[in-house]
Design a binder for this molecule. Sequence first.
Ligand code: PLP
Length: 421
Amino acid sequence: MPSIHLKTPIPGPRSRALADRRSQAVPRAVSQLTPIFVSRSEGAVIEDVDGNRYLDFAGGIGCLNAGHREPGVVAALHAQADRFLHTCFMVTPYESYVRLAEKLNALAPGNTPKKTLLLNSGAEAVENAIKIARAYTRRPAVICFEDAFHGRTLLTLSLTSKTHPYKAGFEPFPSDIYRVPYGQPAALLEDTFQRVVAAESVAALIAEPVQGEGGFIVPPPGWLTAVAGICRKHGILFIADEVQTGFGRTGKMFAIEHEDIEPDLMVTAKSLGGGLPLAAVTGKAEIMDHTGPGALGGTFGGNPLACEAALAAIQAIENGGLCERAMHLGGQFRRRVLAWKDRFPMIRDVRGLGAMQAFELADAESTKALTKHCYEHGLILVTAGTYGNVVRILMPLVVTDDQMNEALDIMEAALTTVEVA
Ligand code: PLP
């Protein structure tokens, strides 16, 4: 079965008809990066409602490291669907929530005993990590970074950096959030404690080990360790946001493992659920247990279907050697894209860690033109960057070498077209 098979011009007639209905029924604020509607998917391939097949290098924005409809995930979902769908873990608990918590506690970096709280989305998990940190430290302030993305709820929007389209119009934001430059000398933090906010007022610092939406920005080696060290010195909790970097994407189960850091709290989501909505806060048990019964939770957090899917997805990542595969795929991408740099002056930078790779173009307009050319030729890609000028890859890590080469061929042809235009 070919990965790419285009039967109609993109979008086809069925997708166009659905787009008309969508524009009547769904607010325009929910953006649509490709003009197609999906009918099915498998591995690294998506088929649209007109029968066109594409390589999916967006992976639902980094949610499908284990692949579309990973067989173990699908089997676990069928088995769970035959047992029960929802009871609410806070009312009538079930074993899979506990098993997943045990698994995440074991996987989280460091030897300190851990506990895990399950939630529905990355933003909800970030909110809970901040709540936990504030309750534990009895301090109000949070430090976050320029170009960070932590979600779209009001608290997480205040931690997110980009103004348009995310923040503008949604003010006012919660107070006591302080933003500092990412990847700059960690000693700047000490200066911030002198000039902006007292260290003893800061509950937590939250950092993406590699910035995702901000444009796949990899900090200098040792920087995260230095930041975590400064946090420790001042009793500030270090929160690693692994929502986009987690579950093998960067070549380790969690990106923070590229340095020898044990975060106080770690937030995961996206590929955790193997395609289902699920998020987690995993942290040092003493911190996680500080708040009393009823203080944390939610109706659907750790839904049984999502827990079963997550356990199967993690097993697929571990048994399939997908961390090693991520390193291999990242190398395959870098070898070709670095060679393009001389041919296409519009490529300003090539960067990433493991399979979390990207190239930066001159401007947002050519980036949009490139991704349009790509989906019209069978490759789905998403952009990133505060200035919208970064092409990033978030394909399932089960993509084959041949599929990777096909995708790179399409990107290369797109660069030729966009460079000429
Ligand atoms: N944190 C990071 C690093 C993210 O990349 C995202 C989403 O892209 C979030 C948090 C928010 O996750 P969600 O969209 O599941 O709320």
